[in-house]
Design a protein around this ligand. Structure first.
Ligand code: DX5
Ligand code: ZN
Length: 225
């Protein structure tokens, strides 16, 4: 049976001077979701964008806006991202002492809740909240920057996360160093949702995005053909 493959290109690698055009190009180029990387210079060593940017791009696409919050504290900002138009809000398990409360707060805003884990965090860290999430995000690089090398241990972690998810209707997202070359192995390890920054945006030529998105999708889909 064919498993649904979701491609969520990360605008972190877009040309921010032309952000609206970049989002429109993704929309037209077959992206399923739009991944938005939010960094605070505290939880991760980089600063990116906030709710104002989410509200600016919201009218440009009807695709799911997949907001990945790499910020701590996170709770004070959840409502702002929800109201800006995020569809999915993902928080890091390492971002604070009250992960369960954060997940409840996201769902209370009427949004789907995701939980992310860093490369050194075991899957067991999310075992007791697995029924409170709609998405599990396995970081396959250390969060903070695009264009990093994929960490091979992530394959084993994806298998463990897939086993934890079992039959639950939870997406398993892999984020960092995803390319057309590793997409098939990622699918075999259990991923069904692929974040791709550099591998979609490199060169920032909008005419290339559709082909790259399709290539990653095809590589990930081969498994079930
Ligand atoms: C890293 C971000 C990723 C990043 C992925 O902290 O969470 O979403 O944009 O970029 P690539 O695909 O270039 O590794
Ligand atoms: Zn991300």
């Amino acid at each position: 049976m064919a498993k649904q493959v979701i491609i969520s290109p990360s605008i972190l690698a877009s040309d921010f001077a032309r952000l609206g055009e970049e989002v429109t190009a993704l929309d037209k180029g077959g992206a399923d979701w739009i991944h938005v990387d939010v960094m605070d210079g505290h939880f991760v060593p980089n600063i990116t964008i906030g709710p104002l940017i989410v509200s600016a791009i919201r009218p440009l696409t009807r695709k799911v806006i997949d907001v990945h919050l790499m910020i701590a504290p996170v709770d004070p900002y959840l409502a702002a991202f929800a109201r800006a138009g995020a569809d999915i809000i993902t928080v890091h398990a390492e971002a604070g002492p009250h992960l369960h409360r954060s997940l409840q707060a996201i769902r209370a805003e009427g949004k789907r809740a995701g939980v992310a884990i860093n490369p050194a965090t075991p899957v067991s860290a999310i075992e007791h909240v697995i029924d409170d999430v709609d998405l599990v995000l396995v970081m396959s690089v250390n969060p903070g920057f695009g264009g990093q090398k994929f960490i091979e241990e992530s394959f084993r972690k994806l298998r463990q996360a897939r086993a934890l998810i079992g039959a639950r209707p939870i997406d398993l997202e892999v984020d960092g160093g995803v390319t057309v070359d590793n997409a098939r192995a990622l699918a075999e390890a259990g991923a069904d949702l692929y974040v791709a920054g550099t591998s979609v945006f490199s060169g920032n030529d909008p005419t290339t995005y559709a082909g790259r998105i399709a290539a990653i999708r095809n590589a990930a889909t081969t498994l079930t053909a």
